[in-house]
Design a protein around this ligand. Structure first.
Ligand code: PEP
Ligand code: MN
Length: 302
């Protein structure tokens, strides 16, 4: 029997596709997330210096990114590690938006900081460690800014959808889901990239889905392959860490692409995106799909 996803996720009805809501398109400046264009958000893990941020913004824009990422508030495992430049970092991001025209996505970690972060950012990022901080989610929702909701590292898909539902319940329809890898027994990669979650979320939810191959992989060499897989799984875009000199990055250098690596990744994605476009166009025209033909002949032999 086929899974009835609507029954399975019945406690979060508003995040599920329905006859009248098939796809939410989140508007951010002149960008539409979930609207068919593949949107790349790129930039450093943390905002470090004006030079680092501007150089990265200019580079990723030229390579096709539409949104600049960068943390001004950094959730770190160690309390002694760099925690971010806070307000100074937000100002640098706003300046980078002015100079580059890119929209800004940045993390907000506490309820009290929501008004300040919302003043400078175009999208509020809720980090993996905060996905179940419901008072933060409510405050972020009420700011009216679009929310990039990262999946908790030990959160199920149902948990992620519950958090998304809470944001919708607080009057904010502009939620973007983000798969960034989950904790499993595997330790070779930083997290386990749950590609099935992307495919499932695209099937059952009308909310846009963004993939973060950087935090999933933890190693820059794996980022382009995971980005390709995200395209094939149907993601609406990417969140990728890029740094002018990853070996000198103040955080997450190991998983950050340098400029050349980012250019290569973007160029490498083009044929895969074109392939996906062709498949979608075919489906819209009602032409037979290869899978459909394939499954019929499988039945014939089985
Ligand atoms: C980040 O985007 O830099 C970050 C801290 O991500 P996550 O919350 O997924 O670990
Ligand atoms: Mn990071």
């Amino acid at each position: 029997m086929r899974e009835n996803w609507h029954e399975r996720f019945a406690e979060t009805p508003d995040v599920l596709k329905s006859a009248w809501r098939q796809q939410t398109v989140v508007p951010v400046l002149d960008i539409e997330i979930g609207g068919g264009d593949f949107i790349t958000m790129a930039g450093p893990c943390a905002v470090e210096t004006e030079f680092q941020l501007m150089a990265t913004a200019n580079h990723v824009r030229r390579a096709g990114a539409r949104i600049l990422r960068g943390g001004a508030f950094k959730p770190r495992s160690s309390p002694y590690a760099f925690q971010g430049h806070a307000l100074e970092g937000l100002k640098m991001l706003a300046h980078a938006r002015e100079e580059s025209g890119l929209a800004i996505v940045t993390e907000v970690m506490s309820e009290e900081d929501v008004p300040m972060v919302a003043e400078y950012a175009d999208i509020l990022q809720i980090g993996t460690r905060s996905m179940e901080n419901y008072s933060l989610l409510e405050a972020a929702a009420r700011s009216g800014r679009p929310i990039l909701l990262k999946r908790g590292m030990v959160a199920t898909i149902a948990d992620l959808l519950r958090s998304a539902q809470l944001i919708l319940d607080n009057g904010n329809p502009n939620v973007i889901l983000c798969e960034r890898g989950i904790r499993t027994f595997e330790t070779a990669t930083r997290n386990t990239f749950d590609v099935a979650a992307i495919a499932l979320l695209k099937q059952i939810s009308h909310l846009p889905v963004i993939a973060d191959p950087s935090h999933a992989a933890g190693h820059r060499d794996l980022v382009p392959a995971l980005a390709r897989i995200a395209v094939a799984a149907g993601a609406d875009g990417l969140l990728v860490e890029v740094h002018p000199n990853p070996d000198k990055a103040w955080s997450d250098g190991e998983q950050s692409l340098d400029f050349e690596g980012f250019d290569d990744m973007m160029a490498d994605l083009d044929p895969w995106l074109a392939l996906r476009e062709r498949g979608l166009a075919k489906r819209e025209r009602g032409l037979p799909r290869r899978e459909a033909i394939g499954s019929r002949s499988m039945e014939a032999v089985g």
